[in-house]
Write a new protein. Structure first.
Lengths: 287, 485
């Protein structure tokens, strides 16, 4: 008699923990062929707010790590992801209906994305910062730093890149020390939550990345208008109400990155978009 | 006469050669506006200086068309080195006409001639000179190999530094290869109109710079025009929010330089006499009409009384009066409406329980004036500690530890500026790291330079003006926003 397998309970990832939705709601996730795969947590408005609280609490500490340390944490994510490759390949094949080659390619790209951004952590400030030759006896230096808490929409169905999509959105934000609340691919959320297990075992402090699954359109308005969210990444919002969210965000002057067509490309600009430039003047004098 | 009383030393207005009325500057010519006209007055005397046209929607459409035409026919085809030469010419003419511009600015705005002559106008020339040199070096700006101009920029500026804000907007826009339609503030259009004459003297190709005058409705019509590629706005956070919401989902690029409630932090080891001067330049420079003003003084508790005594003593020596008098420190408030707003918020300080101190000075019978005012016993919840007053009103709070100073300084939705006064450089740098503000002045305040980026965090807006980073507001570097299916 064959052994009965043990399916995983997919939950949310908030503050380094894996809670169910406080609402008690779940929704059915299926294969591309419509076969039942899992019941994913349907995040509520309250879950989103809890995630913002966790992200805000984690932000100053994460931003004050040395850039070298943050780079190592991002690289560690790549290491742990590589070690769990088989799990992700199987999960992607089941939920996205792709063959092993395609699934492996997606995992390769996700790992390489983390490695690429890891290397930026202790370099981007040198590329985008500036010493400024002002007309007077002043030391004057402009340096970038994290914007704060970012709410993000990962690429949604159609892109069939549930792991790569969430990685391509989160990684650049973490480079400078932002913390993130990300809404996973609605129809293919499983590898995003499994990816949370990678984060939880990769020296990423709890609360730095918070992953919600569920109805993006229902949760996003609350994050877009949340006064303690500093920026929005609407990469996956093209087919949703992203303009309305942008209007909500204007009330607190959030920085808003509009939708990408598919999975965002690797770019230094994705790092710098979620930074603020700080310019410090200091007097110079011999005595 | 006491030793602090000086004989009047007014700068002569004979250097001005103003017209009785001004039209709009569209396509390189002054044209009659199709709307009504309004008077721009001197806030120190309430006398009319000139009549100014209020641009109608049709006028704005003409101005945008002129800017679009100049962009496609001349400006985008011209090598950067030639664009730069026009900007150098403009910088030189501003230097040549600097005294005239300083007098006009003081007359129209109410700020002291000492500031327009020594700060505003020299910086205006410096801004054009700085960006002139960038025009043929854009590929070195760190924005990609072939950065491209955005197109036609709609620019709306405030009344607190009229010509300087014009320079902050127009110099980088033109250097980057854009053409512009700029609307100066309703109460301070004069120097923008003189700048239009300077563009003519520099033989700037027609339509590259267009100046439309008017009030809020004119500005709203300009920033919502369908054929613009970029909006740059400096002004209130409330208007900034509306612009951001109206442009949501469009391809029009936006930079916003909005309000502030800057903290000026004084530690007990600071050079106190220098700090006193810094406090004063932080909040009483330009009558406090400064978005990055150090309007919240955070003073370490053990030196509070000493700092207040010295501050009040020093403030008592400031001279309030005729903006054109070379001895004047504090000029007129820019408008009746602004005076009413300052008065209203200051009154809330009384009613909420803070203690008001006002420098004793004679208030002229005509014009709009508010004497230097300091509130002590201020709580972080008071309106005077939270709202931008945009006037010569300082709110004083205390702290005991650096951590408390940081927490109080960051306790605001704004994030434009901050000051730190301490002789300990390591403490200064550690605190600068923790402050959520775009510009931090250590042992100085309210310094500006074309090479130094300026702009805020959070509700103080986004984007930077000045320096290499200021070019990013007017250039498109490449298509990094795309994705892969």
């Amino acid at each position: 008699m064959s052994r009965l397998s043990i399916p995983k309970t997919y939950k949310l990832f908030i503050g380094g923990k894996f809670p169910r939705s406080e609402s008690g709601h779940t929704y059915e996730v299926t294969t591309s062929g419509g076969k039942f795969l899992a019941n994913a947590a349907l995040a509520s408005r309250k879950d989103a707010r809890d995630a913002v609280v966790a992200a805000r609490a984690a932000q100053p500490g994460f931003a004050s790590l040395t850039a070298y340390n943050r780079g190592q944490i991002l690289y560690r994510i790549a290491e742990v992801l590589e070690g769990r490759r088989e799990q992700f390949v199987a999960e992607i094949m089941a939920s996205e209906g792709v063959r092993a080659g395609g699934a492996n390619k997606q995992v390769d790209d996700a790992i390489d994305t983390w490695v690429w951004y890891a290397g930026w952590a202790d370099k981007y400030a040198q590329v985008v910062g500036n010493g400024n030759p002002v007309s007077g006896p002043f030391f004057n230096l402009s340096t970038p730093e994290a914007t704060g808490v970012v709410a993000a929409v990962a690429p949604q169905s159609g892109s069939a890149n549930s792991l790569l999509g969430v990685s391509a959105v989160i990684a650049p934000m973490l480079v400078s020390g932002n913390t993130v609340v990300v809404l996973a691919n609605h129809t293919q959320p499983l590898s995003a939550i499994s990816f949370a297990e990678v984060l939880a075992t990769s020296d990423v402090p709890g609360g730095v990345v918070n992953i919600l699954t569920g109805d993006v359109a229902a949760v996003m308005p609350w994050l877009a208008s949340h006064a303690d969210v500093n920026a929005l990444d609407l990469s996956g919002g093209a087919d949703l109400e992203w303009v309305s969210w942008s209007q909500d965000a204007a009330q607190t002057l959030k920085r808003v990155l509009p939708p990408s067509d598919g999975v965002p490309l690797r770019a230094l600009e994705r790092v710098t978009f979620f930074t603020e430039l700080k310019t410090v003047w200091h007097t110079k004098a011999l005595g | 006469m006491g030793f602090l009383d000086y004989a009047p030393a007014p700068e002569s207005t004979s250097i001005l050669n103003l017209k009785k009325s001004y039209g709009l500057f569209i396509g390189g010519e002054f044209v009659e506006g199709r709307g009504s006209s309004f008077a721009t007055i001197s806030p120190s005397s309430e006398e009319t200086i000139a009549l100014v046209a209020e641009a109608s929607d049709a006028d704005i459409d003409d101005a945008v068309k002129a800017a679009r035409g100049a962009l496609t026919k001349t400006w985008s085809k011209m090598p950067g080195s030639e664009r730069g030469k026009y900007l150098f010419r403009i910088a030189r003419i501003i230097q040549e006409r600097s005294r005239e511009l300083a007098v006009a600015e003081s007359l129209d705005n109410g700020k002291p001639i000492r500031e327009t002559r020594d700060v505003d106008i020299p910086l205006v020339a410096a801004w054009f000179f700085y960006y002139a040199g960038w025009a043929d070096k854009l590929e070195y700006a760190g924005l990609g190999q072939k950065p491209q101009a955005l197109g036609v920029a709609a620019q709306v500026i405030p009344w607190n530094f009229p010509l300087l804000m014009l320079a902050w907007k127009i110099a980088p826009a033109l250097a980057a290869g854009n053409t512009v339609v700029l609307k100066p503030a309703e109460t301070t259009p004069l120097t923008a109109l003189l700048f239009a004459e300077i563009c003519q003297q520099a033989e700037l190709p027609s339509g590259v710079v267009n100046i439309v005058t008017g009030a809020g409705a004119t500005g709203a019509a300009l920033v919502s025009h369908p054929d613009i590629n970029k909006v740059a706005f400096t002004g209130s956070t409330a208007v900034g929010r509306n612009i951001a919401a109206s442009l949501a989902g469009s391809d029009t690029r936006l930079t916003l330089e909005l309000g502030g409630k800057g903290a000026n932090i004084i530690f007990d080891d600071a050079a106190i006499d220098q700090a006193i001067e810094g406090i004063i330049s932080g909040i009483f420079f330009n009558q406090g009409h400064v978005c990055c003003a150090g309007s919240r003084l955070l003073v370490q508790e053990n030196i509070h009384d000493d700092v207040m005594n010295r501050l009040q003593s020093r403030l008592s020596t400031l001279r309030l009066g005729d903006p054109l008098d070379k001895n004047t420190d504090i000029g007129a408030v820019n408008s009746k409406a602004q005076l009413e707003r300052i008065t209203e918020i200051a009154n809330s300080g009384d009613s909420e329980g803070a203690t008001r101190w006002t420098a004793s000075c004679d208030i002229p019978a005509q014009g709009f004036w508010f004497p230097p005012t300091v509130f002590t016993n201020v709580q972080t919840s008071h309106r005077i500690a939270r709202d931008e007053i945009f006037g010569p009103v300082l709110s004083v709070l205390t702290f005991r530890t650096a951590e408390e100073a940081i927490a109080k300084a960051n306790n605001t939705p704004y994030g434009l500026s901050a000051g730190i006064w301490t002789e300990k450089a390591s403490r200064m740098l550690a605190i600068a790291d923790k402050l959520r503000a775009g510009v931090i002045w250590a042992n100085t305040f309210n310094k500006f330079d074309p090479a130094s980026p300026f702009g805020g965090y959070q509700e103080s807006g986004y984007g930077r003006e000045g320096g290499r980073h200021g070019l990013a507001a007017y250039l498109e570097g490449g298509s990094w926003k795309g994705g892969a299916k």
